[in-house]
Ligand binder design. Sequence first.
Ligand SMILES: [Fe+2]
Length: 371
Amino acid sequence: MAGNSPPDGEIVDMASEPADSRMRNLRARAYPAHEAGGFVWAWLGEADAVRPFETPAWAPTPDTNIAIVKMHAACNWAQVLEGSIDSAHSSSLHSTNMPTAEVEGSTATDTAWLRPSNDKAPRLEAEVTDYGFHYAALRRPIRDPETHVYVRSTVFIAPFTVLIPPNDKYNLAQMLVPVDDVNCMFYWIAWHPTGGIGQDAWRKFCAAVPGVDLNADWTKKRNLQNHFLQDRAAMAAGDFTGIEGIPAQDMAMWESMGPIADRSEDHLGSSDVAIIQFRRQMVAAAKAVQNGEPAIGTTSATRQVDLASFEGVVPRTADWRTFTTRNARGRRSGRIGRLARQPATSARSASRRRSAAAGRAPASAGTGRSR
Ligand SMILES: [Fe+2]
């Protein structure tokens, strides 16, 4: 039995073997690892193809304020990720936690994220990129609906990371890490260069406090077996789901579809543009690997820290693609990304900025655990 081993796999302690044992020449399987953003990242690819480590999008600097929710999901990871990249459901499923209000953009309180739109049927537009794709959900704002549009843009960084729209207090990202075909770990990260939300407050807002809402192994106390402790009396009083916490509401959708949902019977609608794009991209990626081509996510030239989601009320003449890069610049100076009532910027200038941001190290494959 191998004992302790340093990062290169050399076995330095083997208590059960004699001092001259040939077993001491063995090497343990070891992977290059790097710690950043509250996670341990490991390169699981070929040893002769290790790529430089790239900082995750939510930790542009080592001193970024980060809060992490971690929960187990008893279903396939892609089933969960489709929920992460879907914007349309938030207007209905999370409507109790995201009520409509006279606000400039998504506004975080201790108990809710206020939203400047009551439009439950967004128009979706997607654009394929070298790192995955990004898309925008376009809704009618409650103020100036004739001249403005409420934009919520989401970034999918293949294969398992999603930057979802921020609120006025912090930025948001999700990661879905497969455990096996029918189990995965869900991570929800709230981050900000200087402010944001603390770890305890974030877990309390999400009803994901270890020992209270979660068991020691990150499984949920609200789960499929107990119907997620759905409170029918609360529903009768106006709560849309009767389920406490945004993640548990999502979990009820993801897990109730079964461990691996049968997608052959799906009827995808106009608000499923991002889901369609994700499935096309991942099926093509699987076929590419079968053909000996690089795995998706290992060849992108775009730096993750140059990517950002966006939300805000903007003129209808504006192109949502122009706000992603501008928003990223705002984040680096400590501003959260709402650009309410901004004048339109040309798509061509945004394209030039995206090109200027290209040509740097791609993302490493990774897995992690929260701190
Ligand atoms: Fe959700």
